[in-house]
Ligand binder design. Structure first.
Ligand code: C2E
Ligand code: MG
Ligand code: MG
Ligand code: MG
Length: 281
């Protein structure tokens, strides 16, 4: 009895696995098609300087305008894009889009409206050849200061890297682009290891901000991260600020920048541009 039940369970398991593999294959095909048919969009979420309230940058975030399913969020397709390696193409596509968008904004609105554009890079980028060359070529197209481009990498790139990723980061930094470490605090990198990496900005993960209590509870870890980042000469962005109370506390802790729904959700290019124009005064 036990044996046959075991068999039946295996059959169910196999079926689930088969379904999953099929779905993944379907999604992979769809992503390729979406790239060809230009269904991907870039949304821009403001990054705000807390001392002045000014928008000093945007993070470029990928959206998929699916003909039937509407706007698809990255959570639904990034994991599969990572597994299949398609993320390498997607990242490079958005990198290019966001870069040229910034070039156009600067041309239209001038230096007073200049902002830094941050783009997410999957760890996969660093095991594929040509990343540094790709970015160098992109930068050589214009005389936009390379420091208006910022690359967001994850903590795992540092904890799991074999030195090759670090070498590429050093080369990218030599090109003049800036590096942020994203979702900080969710991985396992010890603070002290950060010493060894060329990082300009640390982004504190949203989970820390959302745990701040009504009376400022749970702020100690945040304070520690900020103090440490500053001691290494990095500036800090608090991710996921949703309330005025969170904003107040984050400011008290000497965090320079914030990002979150309290300021704005990720915006369509036209809305981001509008925001920049209103800032021009
Ligand atoms: P991330 O890089 O940490 O981006 C921030 C995410 O937090 C965005 O989700 C943003 O919409 C969300 N967010 C910002 N403020 C708030 C807030 O106040 N409350 C809440 N609840 N959420 C907030 P999104 O756009 O869904 O992206 C999710 C993740 O997908 C990104 O996290 C990033 O890891 C990945 N991703 C997005 N675009 C790209 C891309 O072009 N390339 C790669 N490799 N990954 C990307
Ligand atoms: Mg990011
Ligand atoms: Mg993040
Ligand atoms: Mg994240």
């Amino acid at each position: 009895w036990a044996k046959s039940r075991g068999k039946a369970q295996y059959a169910v398991y196999d079926e689930v696995m088969r379904q999953r593999a099929l779905q993944r294959l379907q999604m992979e095909t769809e992503i390729r098609q979406a790239l060809r048919q230009e269904q991907f969009r870039v949304y821009y979420q403001p990054i705000v300087q807390l001392s002045t309230g000014r928008v000093v940058g945007f993070e470029a975030l990928l959206r998929w305008e699916h003909p039937e399913r509407g706007l698809v969020s990255p959570a639904e397709f990034i994991p599969i894009a990572e597994e299949t390696g398609l993320i390498v193409q997607l990242d490079r596509w958005i990198l290019q889009e966001a870069y040229w968008q910034n070039v156009r904004w600067l041309a239209q609105m001038g230096k007073k409206a200049a902002v830094t554009l941050s783009v997410n890079l999957s760890g996969k980028q660093f095991s594929q050849p040509g990343l540094v060359e790709f970015i160098a070529r992109l930068l050589s197209n214009t005389d936009l200061d390379p420091s208006y481009l910022k690359l967001e990498i994850t903590e795992s790139l540092i904890t799991e890297s074999d030195g090759e990723a670090v070498e590429q980061l050093v080369q990218l930094r030599k090109l003049g682009v800036l590096i942020s470490i994203d979702d900080f605090g969710t991985g396992y990198s010890s603070l002290s290891r950060l010493h060894d990496y060329p990082i300009d900005t640390l982004k504190i993960d949203r989970s820390f901000i959302s745990r701040i209590g009504p009376n400022g509870e749970n702020a100690e870890t945040i304070r520690m991260i900020i103090t440490f980042a500053h001691s290494l000469g990095m500036d800090v962005i608090a991710e996921g600020i949703e309330t005025l109370q969170q904003l107040h506390l984050i400011k008290l802790l000497n965090c320079e920048y914030g990002q979150g729904y309290f300021f704005a959700k990720p915006l369509k290019p036209a809305d981001a541009e509008h925001l920049l124009r209103t800032q021009l005064g």
